[in-house]
Design a protein around this ligand. Structure first.
Ligand code: ATP
Ligand code: SF4
Ligand code: MG
Length: 330
């Protein structure tokens, strides 16, 4: 199907010059209309950095040092988000692409009612909309995410964490964006809640027709809910495939490790049992394939040369890509 967002060769650094680290490297990824694209990888792999780069919300000292983010509006010509002016960017955010941050439920303003905060978003983007219509829209969005109308005038602290997260989703959808990016918190305790929230997002997507990038460390959620999965390691996409394909037949040893280490549904976060060792330090990234010090299948070329992400030479190669010397790519 048609693309709605095309990330092309994106590079993001933290800091400048010699002191900089490369947090996202040469990432190319396409989100298609109506699809749920899952992004997984261990802590520090660059998932949030990628999401904030795409929406140009990188906190300092984050800088985009290369690439393009081509957005396809419903009407009109595609354009590069990285070239928008500040005012164009303000119009783009929320209305075209909305992002629900990691820990968003704690980013509501504690001194304002939920209804006021939703109204602020509408007023900023739809200046001609009447107060009555704005209130109706806010009510409708809260209803969509399963929050009763009588909670509209609650303050954030009067709602549970799960409800606050749903309010944030309601706010993200309020201007009917085409793309919603969700960056989930990484604590294992939240997995049950993540599952509920993701289920709800999928249902809303079917009704409202937007596309989703869902970021989590929990690959099991993505296998269940997403159409396609991209796996990140050390700032790069190392594999990308339809969810069922990845689950059945992952090609990259890191994906296989992640699949072999689904986190426990309850209890404290535990070590990923499938992968020994820890993720690389950006300041001392291993040479060649950055996974090689941990890879059970590493062989001659791995420490010397970086494998390029490409289509593997398999019967279903057209629908997937991998960056590993074990799999020749075309
Ligand atoms: P998590 O699953 O923990 O959310 P992530 O995949 O979202 O991890 P990022 O937060 O994007 O990872 O971080 C990617 C890398 O960039 C990490 O090595 C991190 O230490 C580094 N990084 C993130 N923010 C900054 C910053 N403000 N300054 C310097 N380095 C940073
Ligand atoms: Fe392992 Fe080598 Fe493949 Fe990297 S390129 S994942 S080290 S086999
Ligand atoms: Mg993150």
């Amino acid at each position: 199907s048609e693309p709605v967002l095309e990330i092309r060769n994106l590079n993001v650094d933290y800091g400048l010059g010699d002191a900089s680290v490369q947090a996202v490297r040469d990432v190319s990824l396409t989100l298609h209309r109506g699809e749920v694209l899952g992004l997984a990888g261990e802590s520090g792999s660059g998932k949030s950095t990628l999401a904030y780069g795409v929406t140009r919300l990188l906190p300092p000292p984050g800088v985009i040092s290369g690439g393009q983010v081509i957005y396809h509006p419903e009407q009109g010509e595609p354009y590069d988000v990285l070239r928008l002016s500040d005012s164009e960017l303000r119009a783009f955010r929320w209305a075209e692409t909305a992002i629900v941050f990691q820990g968003a439920m704690n980013s509501l303003n504690p001194v304002h009612k939920i209804s006021t905060q939703m109204d602020d978003v509408l007023r900023a983007h739809e200046p001609t909309m009447s107060a009555h219509s704005r209130a109706a829209r806010s009510r409708e969005m809260l209803k969509l995410v399963g929050i009763a109308a009588d909670r509209m005038d609650a303050y954030p602290h009067q709602l549970s964490g799960g409800m606050r997260q749903r309010v944030m989703i309601g706010m993200a959808l309020i201007l009917q964006p085409q793309v919603v990016i969700m960056d989930e918190p990484t604590t294992a305790l939240d997995v049950v809640m993540q599952r509920q929230i993701l289920g709800q997002i999928i249902e809303l997507r079917e009704r409202l027709g937007f596309s989703v990038i869902f970021i989590t460390h929990d690959l099991s959620l993505l296998v269940e809910f997403s159409n396609r999965i991209a796996i990140m390691y050390g700032g790069r996409i190392v594999e990308q495939a339809p969810a069922s394909t990845l689950y059945r037949d992952s090609l990259h040893p890191y994906s296989a490790g992640l699949l072999g280490s689904f986190p426990a549904l309850r209890g404290p976060r535990r070590e990923l049992s499938g992968i020994p060792g820890s993720p690389p330090d950006l300041k001392g990234m291993p040479s060649g394939c950055s996974f090689h010090p941990r890879c059970p299948k590493a062989f001659d070329p791995c420490a010397a040369r970086i494998p390029v992400l490409g289509r593997p030479d398999t019967p279903d190669g057209a629908s997937r890509s991998v960056a590993c010397w074990l799999h020749p790519v075309g």
